[in-house]
Design a protein around this ligand. Sequence first.
Ligand SMILES: Cc1ncc(COP(=O)(O)O)c(C=O)c1O
Length: 387
Amino acid sequence: MHLPIRDNLIGLEPYEDDVAPECVRLGFNEVGESVPEKVVKEMQNALITTLPGLNRYPDHSMAKLREVAVRFLNDRFGTDLTIDNLFFANGATELILQIFNTFGGPSFNQEQRTIFSFQPGYIAYLDDARDSKSNLYRVRLDSNFQIDPDLTIAEIQKHRPALVLFTNPENPTGTLTPLSTFRKIIDQTQEVIVAGTDRVTHPLYISDEAYIEFAENTNASAIHLLQHYPNLLVLRTLSKSFGLAGLRVGYIVGSPKVIYPVTIVRQPYSFSNVTQALATVAFRNSEILMKPIKKIIARRRELLSWLEGKQYQGYSLKVVPSQTNFCLVGFDPQIPNYLDLPNHVVDFLIDKDVLVRKVAVPGYFRVSIGTETELSRFKHVFNEFLE
Ligand SMILES: Cc1ncc(COP(=O)(O)O)c(C=O)c1O
């Protein structure tokens, strides 16, 4: 039987994460600590009141959730946002596709709009560009995995993208971009006329801040720039800083003028009553949920210095200074087969039930900052590899 699968999907594989349950999971940048008991209890109570109402479709306006979330943001960032500045979906990943479907994709004349981002970058952007039929153009980070502002400005002027997508801190490198760099890039490109539209339009800028709370600089968020730039959208998630990856909650923060069009492409009622109720509890308990962050930052410092002291075949490892809950580790290019080594590490470790991640950075692999127990298991088996 020949199915009429869309041509650009033929031969591709779906996203996979089948790992053995007993495995030490250091491949997905999850928080290793389980949800605190107090929050579990409150979530159970919220479920008890929510479940009988499941005969009805969810509250489309998400009013209650947006109210607690906006209070959280205003307390944290000293902003005066309102609920019209917020919109939720099932994880940041769902929002990325919605944003691409809203601002990317083909125009009436079938010319594809360009989404501009950075390389190496978050891998999901590639699939979302494919599925929204957008053209993804990624400029390389420099040799320290930092954005080169002048090169970026020149490339934006050349490619005239509809969307400029920053990931801050970046995945898989873990590096942070200062807000001054964003300001410089936005200031010098916001008059660019977007290619592939029949009207005169200008780029929309997005800062994907999935990992921002793990940065040492607590003022690193582009939320502080929103008042200056109505053409900027900040993307956040509860998966990392709140340690709730299984709940699937992400949100965007920005001007209602930007948020409104994104709501056009959402699936009706996709954000369930249950998710709304549990996410509301999560925001009310933000302080408790975010408690592990300090410990994760301390464990990151410790792991980075441990890795910096290690060698393979007489060469020190390359350790990228991370501002996230993971770190990128590489092998010296002077080692003859250095490009194969990350695959060897991943295979060696998985044989011993420790999962770390292959990434699209030649010679490097990525390891999440798990719990102390998880990291000591990682160190133990990685040491065996290095010997
Ligand atoms: C940069 C970046 N953005 C977004 C996400 C997805 O977040 P969510 O779990 O909310 O879909 C991830 C997940 O790893 C990520 O690395």
